[in-house]
Design a protein around this ligand. Structure first.
Ligand SMILES: [Zn+2]
Ligand SMILES: [Zn+2]
Length: 193
């Protein structure tokens, strides 16, 4: 594993700027890997890890930088819960740990550096200094990962009986005797105009 400073440089490059969320995300991911004993997430251990993230914000980019887990590699899973938290699953052992940023960390940053008026600057500095215990909660968990969730999964494609589009990774649903994509089954995020 690289140092915090080295990861922050990488994160700044990938994300476009350095911010409090990057510092939090890098530390969160480093702690997760450390707990699982994964030292080389982008090299020797690159197939060992699946990471669930719970927010689409700055910290998530940093988690991806440290872990090497990406959406396009199916090793990064997004659950939109709006929380600065991530779960790291070691698929070689089945061990998994969920780490969440503590709600108290912002207040603690204010307490530590009242001399810095800018919130982002204040948190950026404090999030480097605050101990893991004060910054995060840790919980060992079990994550059910069916075969179709694994990065290398190869399975049959289904075809939606309504729109005719192909569906991968067993995301089809059965409804009233029909095989449908989630959109046609009523779970759509868009409407045709
Ligand atoms: Zn940012
Ligand atoms: Zn469809």
């Amino acid at each position: 594993m690289k140092s915090l400073d080295d990861y922050l440089l990488d994160a700044e490059q990938a994300h476009g700027h350095l911010c409090a969320g990057q510092v939090l995300g890098v530390r969160l991911a480093m702690l997760g890997l450390q707990q699982l004993g994964i030292d080389d997430p982008r090299g020797n251990d690159r197939k060992r890890l699946v990471t669930f993230v719970e927010i689409d914000r700055c910290a998530t980019d940093a988690v991806a930088v440290v872990t090497g887990c990406r959406l396009g590699k199916r090793a990064l899973k997004f659950r939109d819960w709006g929380k600065v938290a991530a779960t790291f699953v070691d698929i070689s052992t089945g061990k998994a740990i969920r780490i969440a940023a503590k709600e108290s960390s912002k207040a603690l940053a204010r307490q530590m550096h009242p001399e810095i008026a800018d919130k982002n600057q204040q948190q950026m500095l404090a999030y480097r200094e605050i101990s893991d215990d004060d910054l995060f909660t840790l919980q060992w968990v079990k994550v059910d990962l069916p075969p179709e969730e694994f990065p290398g999964y190869k399975g049959d494609r289904a075809v939606c009986e309504v729109c005719g589009e192909g569906i991968n990774f067993r995301r089809e649903v059965r409804s009233e005797g029909k095989l449908l994509c989630r959109g046609c089954a009523g779970d759509s995020y868009y409407k045709p105009i």
